[in-house]
Design a protein around this ligand. Sequence first.
Ligand code: FAD
Length: 289
Amino acid sequence: MKISDKISDHRTLSFEIFPPKGDLPLDEAYRVAAAVAETKPDWISVTYSAGGSGSTGNTVPVAQRIEEVLDVTALAHLTCMGATRADIDDRMSQLKAAGIANVLALRGDPRPDVKVMDYVHASDLIRHLRSAWPELCIGAACYPEGHIESATEKESMEATYAKQEEGADFLVTQLFFDNEDFYRFRERCLRYRIKLPIIAGIMPFTSVKQIQRMAFNCGASIPAKVVKRLVQAGSDPLDQAKAGMEYACEQLVDLAENGVDGIHVYSMNRPQVAQSARAALLGCGYLSN
Ligand code: FAD
């Protein structure tokens, strides 16, 4: 089923998992997908990692398993950094053969050893996908705090607008730790004539190290209230992860109360994250069952 149909029907809840790297067995990913599927999400997205980690080949079988065996809609991520048009067409043929109707079209992160080939920006990929596969449901990334490479807010917003104009059906945000950033972004979208549904992406922090990595990788700011939670949690990694999940649940409830189009939780292969998110959203009435 198309994700755009789900979004226009109700406020959605979805989760993200990542497939194993290289030749590692798929069993663990299947186990994680099955456990996440038990929380009855609207869809499960499966990341795609071009180059380095070599997990490109594993996105399709994991997404196919989610659709065919678990009977849950899958959203397959697809990046175009370093890809030729033939590469994209080949990956798309695999996805179509696997029965995948939903793709998150991304550029991918730049790497010194990967040369730009036929696509410079995600919007170039979206243009190609929309014309070659008109029926495909296409999601795209957006950045409440601006993309890390964008010099100005305007640049980041114009790139988001281009995704809409090239045919994206919905947007999923980069993670953010302060909901006010998301609410301001929603207002900015209106000013930039971006009308696509915006799915808010939330990642529970798990440790000081992880949150620092996130801040440097994607430019997410760490508000003082998060720092306080981490300090109060102390040095035990379990306590830090518990504080992260509690904080994320507060973000989810606040988003639910502020009329979000949908919520995507970066569950990072931790089914208990999906369970806690679902419980929080049931508790506040965002989900009905
Ligand atoms: P783009 O839209 O191409 O943007 C990249 C930069 O170029 C931005 O600074 C933008 O402002 C600028 N730009 C865009 N268009 C133009 C233009 N026409 N003129 C000038 N500047 C322009 N990465 C993975 O490798 N695998 C994944 O599975 C994955 N999943 C993700 C899921 C989500 C929800 C998000 C938010 C990110 C994900 N990423 C993933 C990371 C993503 O690939 C990076 O954030 C990447 O740096 C940018 O991707 P993009 O699709 O937004 O690129």
